[in-house]
Ligand binder design. Structure first.
Ligand code: ATP
Ligand code: SF4
Ligand code: MG
Length: 369
């Protein structure tokens, strides 16, 4: 097992919104106590519903945002309070790939300038010829050609624009790339090409990747380990194969059950999570998932579960994960919970989804986008 390159400990980021003369405003708990280790050379995925705090976490890890509290260590060095020159130096090692390649590229700059600009900051000793050669090399790495340097972003397709964004991110020679939905704005046919490119770059340049994606098939295909977020916290994490085949948290089970499997001529059971997630400015007490969990009991409403080891490297934040794991052996979710009228039906759906996953080989689940 390789050593951690990036570690977060009890990381918190709250945003104060609203407020004025007549009101106090509210505190949005976007990231609320996240601890994780990202290991050198791995692809680490973060998944969860919209608004659960994925982008905020990614920006914290890169120090594009400052944490409200908690620790972030890069290669063993505390970076949570870094500023000025040391923070600029850190940018060389960690780079971001944005979701929307069009809005993240300056339309008035040629590709040569877009990709070459970071070199001015990170390699100030390069002369113009050296910079041109480096830009050509970076474009080649991402599958573009040297003559593309004189063109502008609007002259490229969406996939090519994302390649330009990746070339720009590589210009400083980073050790770690964080992609926030790096392929979700692209056509399905192009997504697989960009996913493959990221995997090739990771291998050839010894990179560590952190990928945020809502497409579970992309995550399953790309990542070595995955963290599942709900309302600003990690509820389950572990090796991707383990989490996908033996998920223990009811929220993960619900997410996984929605993977489509069109090539098998059947549709995976889709579990509709009831209602919207609660607001991160007013998270429920106890387990934050209890308002939507088919398995919730009284204890869940008052006591918050910690993220604990289920087995080697597989962590789960649920009081009753063992009961849920034994679902096939007769565990019955609390049948009298008044706010969950269809508990039994949903329980059957969870179980069916879980059995489906056990009988479907991994290769078949890797629906390349
Ligand atoms: N700058 C900000 N000011 C106030 N609230 C913010 C800010 N940035 C994020 N939030 C809030 O924090 C919560 C988490 O947002 P975040 O963008 O991290 O979620 P996400 O998981 O990336 O969602 P999505 O999948 O839609 O991109 C949301 O409620 C969001 O509205
Ligand atoms: S702790 Fe309770 S409410 Fe939370 S996920 Fe587990 S069973 Fe559901
Ligand atoms: Mg986001």
């Amino acid at each position: 097992m390789s050593e951690p390159i990036l570690q977060a400990s009890d990381l918190v980021r709250h945003f104060r919104v609203g407020g004025g003369l007549l009101s106090k405003g509210v505190t949005v708990r976007a990231v609320d106590g996240v601890s994780l280790d990202i290991r050198r050379g791995e692809t680490f995925a973060i998944v969860g519903e919209s608004g659960c705090g994925k982008s905020t976490l990614a920006r914290l890890l890169m120090r594009l945002l400052s944490p409200t509290s908690g620790s972030i260590r890069f290669e063993g060095k505390e970076i949570s309070e870094l500023g000025g020159r040391p923070l600029r130096d850190l940018r060389r090692d960690m780079q971001f790939i944005f979701q929307d390649p069009f809005s993240s590229l300056n339309p008035r700059m040629s590709v040569g300038r877009i990709v070459g600009e970071p070199l001015e900051t990170h390699e100030p000793d390069l002369d113009a010829a050296g910079r041109r050669a480096r830009v050509a090399e970076l474009l080649r790495l991402v599958g573009l050609r040297a003559e593309h340097t004189v063109r502008y972003p609007h002259e490229f397709s969406g996939g090519q624009r994302q390649r330009i964004g990746i070339a720009r991110a590589l210009a400083s020679g980073p050790k770690l790339l964080i992609g926030d939905e790096p392929v979700s704005a692209l056509d399905m046919s192009v997504q697989a090409q960009v996913v493959n490119l990221l995997e090739d770059l990771k291998r050839d340049l010894d990179l560590t990747l952190v990928v945020i994606a809502h497409d579970l098939a992309v995550i399953r295909h790309m990542s070595d380990r995955v963290a599942v977020m709900y309302l600003g916290q990690i509820v389950e994490s572990g090796p991707t194969d383990t989490v996908f085949s033996q998920a223990r948290h009811p929220y993960t089970l619900a997410l996984l059950s929605a993977i489509p499997e069109p090539e098998h001529g059947r549709t995976r059971t889709r579990i509709a999570l009831s209602g919207e997630p609660p607001s991160p400015s007013d998270p429920p007490p106890g387990c934050r998932f209890h308002t939507r969990c088919a398995f919730a009991r009284d204890e869940c409403r008052v006591r918050s579960p910690e993220l604990r080891a289920a087995r080697d490297g597989h962590l789960v934040a649920c009081h009753f994960w063992q009961d849920i794991a034994a679902a096939g052996e007769g565990f019955t979710p609390d049948p009298v919970a008044p706010h969950r009228p269809n508990v039994e039906r949903r329980f059957d759906l969870y179980r069916a989804a879980s059995l489906n996953r056990k009988t479907t080989p991994k290769a078949a689940q890797n629906t390349s986008p």
